[in-house]
Each structure stands twice: as C-alpha cells, then as structure tokens.
Write a new protein. Structure first.
Length: 376
C-alpha cells in the first residue's frame, strides 16, 4: 500500500452511502479524475469519470468536471454506485405462475419476456430474483435451484429444485436425456411430413451471441411433427432428445422453416406479405417474440422416483396468432406465389437483443456455474 493510499484511507469516511474524501497534498496539481483514481483504486477511471459527469462527485459542495484541477485539502464527496451485477442474487417481489410445488421442486410457467438467470444486460427482474423472494431458502442452493433455462422470449414450463439433492438428481436426468420436453412452435413455410433433425450445435463462429449448426459442436436431436398446416405457416410439435442452447430455433432455421417472430434465426425478407390477408399481416407484425412455447414437461420425481408430468395451455399470444392463421382466406392462385427463404441472414431482421443468457433449456454440469451446457 502506497503512502497516498494510506493517507486517503485515513482521511475518508462513509456517509450515507457516499464516500467523503480529503484530497492529500501529494496529489495536488492532478486532474480530479486522476486524483480520485489514485484514492479509489477499486474503481476504474472511466467509471469515476461517468460519476463526475452524472453529478455524483462534488468538490467543496460544487459539481466539477473530470478536468478540474485539485491542489490538496479539498473536500470531495463521491456517491458510490455499486455495479448492477452485485445485486444479481437479490430477492425481488416478482409474481410467479407456479404450476406445482412441494418441498423438493417447483414447476414454473415462465412468461415471455422474463430472463431466467442474471447475466450481462439483465442483472435484475429475473426468475432467479423472483425465486429468492418466493422461497428464501433457495439462497443456499446453487443458482437458486435452477437446472435448465428457457430463452427470455420463450414461454412455458421449467423445473426448479428446492434442495441440493433434488438439483443433483434433476441435472443427472437432464444429462441422461430422460427428461421429457415438448414444445409448440409456429414456423414459416409448409411442413409436409414429420421428421427428425440430427445436427450438432455450437457457437456461431461469426457471432458469439448466436448458435449455429457446427460440426465441432455438441450432438443435438429434435423430433418434429406437423399439427396444422396453413398457406404460409405451420403449427408444430417439437420434442427434444437433447437440449442445446437455442436448439429448436437453430434446427428450424436449418430446416428452412424458421420460427415466426424469431429476431435471431430468421431469414432476411422471410415474411410473405402478398400471400397474407391484412388481418394476418397485422397480427404477425404485432407478434414481437419467437413463437415457441414449452408446453409439456416430465421427469422422475427426485424424491419418489415416480414419473410426473405437467402440460399447460398454449400462451395467449400464440393462441391469437393461431386463430388469425385459421381464419386466413385461401391465397389467390393468380399470385403464383412461391415461399422462398433465400439465403441465411448474417444479421437479425428485427432489433437484436443481448441473448448472452437466453434460451431454451440450459442444463448445468455439476462443476459448471453459469456456463450453458444444454438448452432449448
């Protein structure tokens, strides 16, 4: 510790979450931001400059700029702002749609728009924050009992363990591929037969926030079944044999039938405007997420070893989209319309979000903290 640091510590006190400092004489002649960086080495210079710019630093009771010179003896008050990630594991009173609960597990119907686990860009308002409020004892379980995830904008079922033993059991079931997960998806194009996609998934080499078919990735298998076929869209059932990050979304893109509303794995110019009525155009334009819903979940109960299963209703916004599709007038053959998907896009055709934390069923290794192993 330098003499300057010792001096700064001996001349500072915490006052109402603010740090009161006296500028030492040996820092006289320096810019305010440089002097503060010497006195507060735990904070970066850019962070200190931002605080100064936001009026969170005063010198002698007056706002200053980063370039203000200090000469020693000035009284400086710094309103210290904690990093948002420091509050990532804070309980928040956020309503939960609990489908089932006992002393071992929670089954949650997650709404679209909710992030499961805190990460860059989403340090609060997550399912984890809500779980800590609902069941404070989860603070003693790694990741508050979360064993798999859904993307922020994917709705539906996921299970949370309430004890370490239950969490370990469920993680092993996920790794053994014995957890049954069924999704419903609305995709662009007409699917004419049921099938299976067996294509490995890994990070997209061109974008770290995206996944892609990658020969060096992990094995990924999705079985799909056509439920209803419309003029330009298909309503599908998807079952996961694996659960890689964004698995269904990437596999549907590979099938050249990307999920309606998907801002990351769609194709450029995919919306076939001419083949839709105005009503359906309006409904699609207002649908602001990927049309993907985790509708069914089943596994061996970690305490009883009995197979348990839950199925919920389709999300309301997907119901509305389906109804608009069902009332669609048959397309006019005079258009001689052919649904063309073109080439893969390299950028999302809607506003790109921070998907660092997102999607659909991330499983965690026993020795893995936040690294996504499996998802979708």
């Amino acid at each position: 510790m330098t003499d300057t640091t010792q001096h700064s510590l001996s001349n500072s006190t915490i006052v109402n979450q603010a740090l009161a400092l006296t500028i030492p004489q040996d820092l006289g002649g320096l810019r305010l931001d440089v002097a503060l960086q010497r006195l507060l080495p735990d904070h970066s210079r850019s962070r200190l400059q931002a605080w100064i710019k936001d009026g969170l630093v005063t010198v002698g009771g007056q706002a200053s700029t980063s370039k203000t010179k200090v000469w020693g003896g000035e009284q400086v008050l710094v309103q210290v702002q904690t990093k948002p990630e420091q509050h990532a594991f804070t309980a928040e009173n956020i309503p939960l749609d609990i489908v089932f609960e006992d002393e071992h597990i929670l089954v949650i119907n997650k709404p679209a728009g909710m992030v499961v686990h805190p990460a860059a860009g989403n340090w609060s308002g997550t399912l984890l924050n809500a779980l800590l409020f609902h069941a404070p004892a989860l603070k003693d379980v790694p990741r508050a009992g979360i064993v798999h995830r859904l993307d922020k904008d994917t709705s539906g079922l996921l299970v949370v363990a309430r004890t370490l033993a239950a969490q370990t059991n469920l993680v092993r079931q996920l790794q053994a591929r014995t957890v049954k997960r069924e999704y419903r998806a609305i995709v662009w194009g007409q699917i004419w037969r049921n099938g299976m996609i067996d294509q490995p998934i890994g990070r997209d080499p061109r974008s770290r926030t995206k996944m892609a078919i990658n020969r060096g990735g992990k094995p990924a298998i999705t079985r799909y079944e056509m439920l209803e076929r419309f003029s330009v869209q298909t309503y599908m059932r998807c079952n996961l044999e694996t659960g890689r990050t964004h698995q269904i979304r990437v596999h549907m893109q590979h099938l050249k039938a990307p999920i309606v509303g998907d801002p990351i794995y769609g194709f450029r110019g995919i919306v076939p405007i001419r083949a839709m009525t105005q009503t359906l155009r309006d409904t699609v334009s207002q649908f602001n997420r990927q049309a993907l819903h985790a509708i069914k979940l089943g596994f061996l109960h970690p305490a009883t070893n009995e197979f348990v299963e839950w199925q919920i209703e389709l999300a309301d916004d997907m119901k509305a989209l389906l109804e608009a599709m069902r009332h669609e007038d048959p397309r006019n053959d005079e258009y001689d319309f052919e649904l063309s998907f073109g080439g893969l896009q390299t950028e999302p055709y809607l506003a790109d979000e921070d998907y660092e934390d997102d999607e659909d069923d991330a499983e965690f290794d026993d020795n893995d903290d936040l690294e996504l192993e499996d998802e979708e």
